[in-house]
Design a protein around this ligand. Sequence first.
Ligand code: NAD
Length: 318
Amino acid sequence: MEKILVIGAAGQLGSELTKSLADLYGSESVIATDLQESARSKFDYCRFEVLDVMNKDGLRDLVKNEKVTQIYHLAAVLSATGEKKPIFAWHLNMESLLHVLELAKEFKLEKVYWPSSIAVFGPNTPKINTPQYCVKEPNTVYGISKQAGERWCEYYFQKFNVDVRSLRYPGLIGYKSLPGGGTTDYAVDIYHKALAGQKFSCFLKEDSYLPMMYMPDAIKATLDLMNTPRELVKIRSSYNLSGMTFSPKEIFESIKKHHPSFEIEYQPDFRQAIADSWPDSIDDSCARKDWGWKPDYDLDSMTLDILKNLPDYFPVAK
Ligand code: NAD
């Protein structure tokens, strides 16, 4: 039987991915873990343990005692928070990945999943249809940690045969939980404000294009990659992945079709510089070719789905 350990399971991605893993493999096959006891309430459908990924011995005991076969390592400090606490972000993002890779090597785990990000790209990267292989000079500590993490993943695959797989997610947009301190968080917050009938203050400029992805597509991509036969996974650093690309003005207009009185103002802050260093759009042809990736959602179909479903999760917005 598979035993799948999810680290950082209570976050924006983990909350949804863990449920999909439980649906796919069975609840008894999944152990959700996160830092805080308060996260337990999110996991009434599978086992939950409090675990700090930096506690190497605690993590090792869990992997050994539970005979874990796969790890999904999602815990990280994200881009905007990382700029406020750079050394902490580097320490957590790098050491936690090395803990997981070491355990995968020691216990010969079947598979490991670790997400990278479009933050690996930087100001000298081609911005339109950013290729899989190109100049990467990230200028945020988050991007630097993701780039270094990609190199470690490929290294452990080549040197130690660790079957680690990764995706460079664009900004993830979901309605089931709140985002965790990224530069693309505005594209989640904007729906909450629209439904609450409030004016939205955007921390990016109106024409600031960024690659984005609706959460169901991110979950689908993750599970598809993880279920692809080993020999077809050709890229062991991290795959480029594309869903849609839009600016704050375009997402505002997409929402306004349903909420005509919705208003927005633009007040760019320090996150504008981070956004400016990232691509506008991503070439994900390697993912399409190697394991058949294709997104289901565009901006308008995502907007429709979120406006319909978000009030069930955040009733205050009704
Ligand atoms: P999040 O901040 O919402 O969730 C991260 C979770 O990790 C939180 O629940 C937090 O409590 C937990 N955590 C933090 N420190 C921990 C520790 N020491 N031990 C155990 N758990 C700890 O982040 P997310 O948006 O869910 O992102 C998940 C992963 O996806 C991250 O690696 C992130 O870099 C990557 N990613 C996310 C996005 C996005 O737009 N959300 C985009 C690209 C990549």
